[in-house]
Write a protein that binds this ligand. Structure first.
Ligand code: COA
Length: 342
């Protein structure tokens, strides 16, 4: 049985910074509310005409990861792309990035597990490398949220939280036994699927139907529930997140005969700074043992862990020999953890 390790990391975020004050000019919100509830100060949004899409941002992050891994695109055996905001309904972003990076005809797989997407993808990559079927896997998480959020007061509890960006990792077969991905644990609970969801357009709620509804309503701003904007039961999500984050982190540590004292760095999915702080306090971790950057980028869903991991690595906060724990929770509900010996 082989072991996989992360050989290179990269990130890309659009240049366009949107502060809380910027949002308060277009909806009834304010910097104090957003910072107090979420810790977010600003986020990045794709600007019309800047050429960024979910796939193209992913390609930019992937290029950096490949360079740092010193692995040629010709040696990539599998592309795994995690997103909830693909450029097209079909095909997925995996094949788009294959074309953008001129990667040969290897398989390209799309992962639809929202905020847990990157760890789900990491687990898929790890399994293929472990069995020896593939040696090098390019894993990307990327999101264009700003193109699909409700920036009126009606949508404020969701739209202030999310931002755009991409992160990527190159996974390769590890030469040193014990170094690399030690374990991944994945979970989901479909009974809460609609608590954080975007219902349309979909085959259940098809475009002509939506157009007809809007026409009937006359003025879209009068509609309370618009299926093509995300719905989030915020407090319910929060309560489930803190429980599942804790469980899945402990599950990963226990599987490796470790406990919280073995963790050098926890990189949680950047859902909400208050969730990360809750976990930090619960596990009695110091500030330098938990990496957060939601303050700058908001919640970038499948991109948040690879962006945070890349930044932590760039800052020298992830070093050889460190035990790194990744953990995520999100829509589905889905949740997951990975324990990595760097
Ligand atoms: C979204 C979240 C920040 C909202 O915080 P909350 O404390 O639950 O706030 P509520 O939704 O109860 O709203 C409280 C009040 O603030 C208002 N409000 C909502 N969004 C607001 C905004 N952006 N600006 C100002 N006021 C806002 C509400 O209308 C409500 O007003 P009311 O009391 O007059 O009715 C919080 O529930 C949360 O972080 N949930 C988890 C989200 C998450 O992690 N999602 C991603 C999972 S991967």
């Amino acid at each position: 049985m082989y072991q996989s390790k992360i050989a290179g990391l990269g990130k890309y975020v659009p240049e366009n910074v949107i502060t809380n004050d910027d949002l308060s000019k277009i909806m009834d919100t304010n910097d104090a509310w957003i910072q107090e509830r979420t810790g977010i100060k600003e986020r990045r949004h794709i600007k019309k005409g800047d050429g960024n899409t979910t796939a193209s941002m992913g390609a930019k992050a992937a290029k950096i990861a490949l360079e740092r891994a010193n692995i040629s695109k010709d040696d990539i055996d599998l592309i795994v792309f995690a997103t909830l905001s693909p450029d097209y309904y079909f095909p997925g972003c995996g094949v788009q990035i294959q074309e953008m990076l001129e990667i040969h005809t290897c398989p390209a797989l799309d992962i639809r597990n929202q905020c847990s997407g990157f760890i789900y993808g990491l687990s898929v990559a790890d399994q293929f490398i472990k069995t020896g079927m593939y040696k090098n896997v390019l894993l990307i998480g990327s999101e264009n949220h700003s193109g699909g959020l409700d920036f009126t007061t009606r949508g404020r509890s969701v739209s202030v939280i999310f931002g755009d960006g991409a992160g990527a990792a190159v996974l390769t077969r590890s030469d040193h036994n014990g170094q690399g991905v030690l374990s991944t644990h994945l979970h989901s609970e479909g009974k809460h699927a609609l608590e954080l969801s975007l219902k349309g357009p979909s085959t259940n709620h098809w475009v002509p139907e939506i157009i007809a509804e809007n026409k009937a309503a006359g003025d879209e701003s009068q509609l309370e529930d618009i299926p093509y904007y995300p719905y989030m039961n915020g407090q319910f999500v929060f309560k489930n997140a803190v429980v599942r984050f804790s469980e899945v982190i402990m599950e990963g540590l226990k599987a490796n005969g470790m406990d919280v004292s073995d963790v050098d760095m926890l990189i949680p999915h950047q859902a909400n700074l208050r969730i990360s702080q809750f976990i930090q306090q619960k596990f009695k971790l110091r500030d330098d043992q938990v990496y957060n950057n939601i303050q700058k980028y908001g919640n970038t869903t499948a991109a948040s862990i690879p962006i945070a991991l890349t930044e932590a690595w760039e800052d020298g906060k992830v070093k050889e020999g460190d035990t790194i724990v990744l953990a995520a929770f999100g829509s589905g509900f889905t949740w997951a953890s990975a324990v990595i010996e760097w």
